[in-house]
Design a protein. Structure first.
Length: 324
C-alpha cells in the first residue's frame, strides 16, 4: 500500500515515526510527507520549516510543502505518486473533494477525541476546558463535512484531572501510533467502510480566543484550573496585579486538608504565600488555587516565593489579583 502522510506540528511526529517503521518493514510504502510551507519565525523573521518538515528532511524522506495542497499543480504532483492511502494528522488545510478522490483507498484522519464528541479544531482544549474525565483518539475516513466520516478505530482512555493541553495532545497522537497498524489491516479489506457516527451524540469544539485566558477569580477553583489546563500553552492563563499582566505558568488545586495552613478570610482574588505548600495561594469562589511559578509583565518567569519576597521588600506580604 502506497501511503502519503500529511501533518505539521511536533505532536504528530509519533504516528509519522510509526509509518516510517512500517515502511522499513515493507508493510507499507511511505512515498511522501506533505506539510506546511516554511514561515518567518523569531525576531529576525527567518524562514523556518514546521517540525514535521524538519523531521522528514532529517530522515531523508520526500517532503512536499505546497502553499495550497488542493491546487491543480499540487494535486498533479501527488497523483503522480499513485497513493493508495493518505493519512492526515493536524495538517492545517481544508482538503477539496478532488483531493479526497485522489487516493485509491481514501484519506483517513487522526482526531484526538472520541468522535462524534468534539468535532472541530480544538478537541483537546475542549476536553480539558469542560473537565471531562475521559477522552480518546479516533481514526476516521475523511469526508467533506467536518470530522463526519465513518469511524475506522477508536481508543478511549481516562484522565487524571491534571493533564495539560500540550501534554495531552502529545499523548493522544502517541496513542494513535499504536492504532495505525490495526487500521491498515482493516483497510486492506476493500469492503471495509467503517462505522457511521451516531448523529444524536454530535458535539462541537468550543472556539477559544486569546482573551479567554483572563482568570475570573469569582469562579470555582476547579473551573479556573480546568481553564488553565486547557489554555496551556495557548492562549495561556493570566491575571492582573497593580495594572500589570501576570501570566500563570504552573498551578494546582489546593486540597481542603491544606486550607487551614493560611488565612481563610481572603475574598476572591486575594492571595498570600503558603510556606507549607511553597506556593502562592489565591482565593476563589469555593476554595483556593495554588501557583508555583508566574511571569509578571516585562520580566522572566519566577518562583512564587520570589514574587512574594519582592512584595515584602515593598512592605507587602499579600495582595489582590484581578485589578487591571
Amino acid at each position: 500500500m502506497r501511503v502519503i502522510f500529511m501533518g505539521t506540528p511536533e505532536e504528530v511526529i509519533s504516528p509519522l515515526k510509526r509509518l516510517i517503521e512500517l515502511s522499513d518493514k515493507k508493510v507499507i510504502d511511505l512515498v511522501a510527507i506533505v506539510t506546511q510551507a516554511a514561515k518567518p519565525a523569531g525576531r529576525k523573521r527567518v524562514l523556518t520549516d514546521p517540525p514535521v518538515a524538519k523531521f522528514g528532511k532529517d530522515q531523508k524522506l520526500k517532503v512536499l510543502q505546497p502553499e495550497k495542497v488542493s491546487s491543480r499543480e499540487s494535486l498533479d504532483e501527488l497523483k503522480s505518486l499513485k497513493p493508495d492511502l493518505v493519512v492526515t494528522a493536524a495538517y492545517g488545510q481544508i482538503l477539496s473533494q478532488d483531493f479526497l478522490d485522489m487516493p485509491k483507498r481514501g484519506t483517513i484522519n487522526i482526531h484526538p477525541s472520541m468522535l462524534p464528541k468534539y468535532r472541530g479544531a480544538t478537541p483537546v482544549q475542549s476536553t480539558l476546558f469542560h473537565g471531562d474525565t475521559e477522552t480518546g483518539v479516533s481514526i476516521l475516513f475523511t469526508v467533506k463535512a467536518l470530522d463526519a466520516g465513518n469511524i475506522i478505530l477508536q481508543k478511549p482512555f481516562p484522565l487524571n484531572g491534571d493533564e495539560l493541553g500540550q501534554d495531552l495532545l502529545f499523548s493522544c497522537f502517541e496513542a494513535s501510533a499504536d492504532m495505525l497498524e490495526e487500521c491498515l489491516t482493516l483497510l486492506a479489506d476493500s469492503d471495509f467502510s467503517g462505522t457511521p457516527q451516531d448523529s444524536t451524540q454530535i458535539t462541537h469544539c468550543t472556539k477559544f480566543k486569546k482573551d479567554d485566558g483572563l482568570v475570573d477569580w469569582t469562579q470555582p477553583t476547579r473551573d479556573i484550573y480546568n481553564r488553565f489546563r486547557a489554555f496551556y500553552p495557548w492562549p495561556g492563563t493570566y491575571t492582573f496585579f497593580e495594572s500589570k499582566r501576570i501570566v500563570i505558568d504552573s498551578a494546582f488545586v489546593v486540597k481542603e486538608a491544606e486550607h487551614g495552613s493560611f488565612d481563610r478570610s481572603m475574598s476572591s482574588g486575594q492571595f498570600c504565600f503558603s510556606k507549607k505548600l511553597k506556593a502562592m495561594v489565591v482565593a476563589t469562589a469555593d476554595g483556593y488555587l495554588g501557583i508555583k511559578t508566574l511571569k509578571p509583565e516585562g520580566t522572566k518567569s519566577m518562583e512564587a516565593a520570589a514574587f512574594i519576597n519582592k512584595l515584602k521588600s515593598q512592605g507587602k506580604d499579600k495582595g489582590v489579583f484581578g485589578e487591571s
